[in-house]
Ligand binder design. Structure first.
Ligand SMILES: NC(=O)c1ccc[n+]([C@@H]2O[C@H](COP(=O)([O-])OP(=O)(O)OC[C@H]3O[C@@H](n4cnc5c(N)ncnc54)[C@H](O)[C@@H]3O)[C@@H](O)[C@H]2O)c1
Length: 448
């Protein structure tokens, strides 16, 4: 019996209740963050439904199919109630969330006006910002400090202040800021000691998102990363997360084109259909699109989007089916579209005896509408993890891969990209935490 099945057999339920308020802290209060916060408030007031949120709408089957037990996930595990969420954030622009939501132009004006005073009450704190990491942006609402450690201390002070002023019993931080330029992990990112030395010495490899993450984890606050930046995907943060029992997860919300890719590719592989090429292109006109117009920021996004197929299709195992794939991803900044991105996928597959076929996908999506429920679920699940004895101290929460384009894993492990395996991993983790039998879908027991 392995360690986990032993503890499964022996231990009682070990999740603390979700008592009191949960404070949600967002570096970056742009399109995704405002769509998320406005959406939570609209749902709380009965103006709309939380569509796309697995925690709010999803169910989980327990036991045998014949038992008829399928509670809602939020009734099965103790998640924070939407009424208990309180919000704050940071941005390089001083606009409150009402102004920012209007500027983002994602939600109908009617909805935004219906909750105007609430949105106006959420104003950003001055940001930690460095233009070398996001070249297309500049804003006045920023912190000043002699060293990066000074800036981290200021963010820690913000965290403590928010906890006191909001009365929150627990906090979660989620990066909703812009995508930074492409970075490889350098020496200063390899251990907590090297990182802290780097903060003191203003090491150029330490980015603003890492400073927020360091501040959060130092305060014992879990951190999720919605962008493809390294941020918490470095050894220093793995160690800090474990040491301070503050769970982490990332990277890059899996919202639109990649979501569809991780639905279709497992289907081809399950049927042993070959793939010779996948050309994905997008037009996008929001601020995210503008930031991604910088080739170095795009490179971070491109790496995140490209990894998916290789991991799902395993070309080394199936060279004749997937050994020669042309995989291209393009994003063009095209202002008229705003947040309503359009993605085209041309997929060249081949079947029996090598005969070629094509599939075209034209996805007219809404980026932030797809991302907002991901933010909500991550906030609620990370909070669950911090109240759970078995998850709190493990660092990376791989069971949340379901929500990410580049899921973080323990070093040396291959990430799981297949959406359906990710979904099973998530639900089995919840069953495991509640001491319910894991579901294997074997099903032979029905024919005994
Ligand atoms: N579907 C999606 O929308 C989606 C999917 C995957 C990933 N993402 C990522 O989520 C992030 C947010 O997307 P968005 O559409 O809301 O972008 P956005 O440009 O509307 O918002 C980002 C906000 O972050 C702020 N910002 C930048 N650097 C900051 C810093 N150092 N500190 C504080 N604030 C900072 C910007 O001023 C801006 O208001 C982006 O990195 C994007 O790539 C979005």
């Amino acid at each position: 019996m392995d360690q986990h099945s032993e503890s499964f057999e022996n231990s009682a339920n070990s999740i603390a209740p979700a008592a009191g308020k949960l404070g949600v802290m967002m570096p970056g209060m742009g399109a995704v963050a405002t769509t998320f916060v406005a959406g939570v408030e609209a749902v709380r007031r009965g103006l709309a439904q939380p569509i796309g949120s697995v925690t709010q709408m999803g169910t989980i089957r327990l036991g045998k199919r014949t038992e008829g037990r399928s509670p809602k996930i939020k009734d099965f595990v103790p998640l924070a109630d939407l009424d208990d969420l309180v919000f704050t954030g940071w941005d390089i622009f001083p606009d409150d969330m009402h102004t920012a939501a209007c500027q983002a132009g994602v939600l109908d004006r009617e909805l935004v006006e219906a909750i105007k005073p609430f949105l106006q009450s959420i104003t950003p704190r001055p940001a930690v910002f460095d233009r070398t990491f996001v070249r297309k942006l500049d804003g006045p609402h920023v912190k000043a400090g002699k060293t990066k450690m000074d800036l981290a201390e200021q963010v820690r002070e913000d965290i403590r202040e928010f906890k006191t002023s909001s009365g929150a019993t627990r906090l979660v931080m989620i990066w909703c800021g812009s995508t930074a330029i492409f970075q490889r992990p350098s020496a200063a990112l390899q251990s907590i000691e090297a990182f802290e030395e780097g903060l003191q010495q203003n090491d150029p490899n330490i980015s603003p998102s890492m400073i927020y993450a360091y501040a959060a984890l130092s305060e014992g606050v879990p951190f999720a990363n919605g962008a493809p930046n390294l941020t918490v995907d470095i050894p220093a943060m793995y160690a800090l997360s474990r040491r301070n029992q503050a769970p982490i997860c990332g990277k890059d919300f899996k919202s639109g084109q990649t979501l569809i890719k991780t639905v279709l590719a497992p289907g081809f592989k399950a049927r042993m259909l070959g793939l010779s090429g996948w050309y994905s292109t997008n037009i996008l006109g929001n601020r995210d699109g503008e930031v991604l117009d910088d080739p170095d920021s795009f490179k971070t996004k491109e790496e995140s989007k490209l990894g998916v197929l290789e991991h799902i299709l395993q070309p080394q195992m199936y060279p004749s089916l997937y050994g020669k794939i042309n995989h291209k991803v393009r994003i063009d900044y095209y202002p008229p579209r705003g947040d309503n991105k359009e993605g085209w996928d041309n997929i060249d597959i081949f079947g029996w005896l090598g005969y070629p076929m094509q599939i075209k996908v034209n996805f007219l999506c809404r980026d932030s509408i797809l991302a907002a429920p991901i933010v909500l679920d991550l906030v609620l699940f990370l909070d669950l993890a911090q109240r759970c004895d078995e998850l709190r101290g493990i660092g990376i929460q791989e069971w949340l891969s379901f929500y990410f384009k580049s899921p973080m894993t323990a070093p040396g492990l291959c990430p799981e990209h297949d959406l359906f395996i990710q979904c099973m991993k998530l639900k089995n983790t919840l069953r495991y935490l509640k001491r319910e039998a894991l579901i294997t879908h074997l099903g032979l027991e029905y024919y005994d």
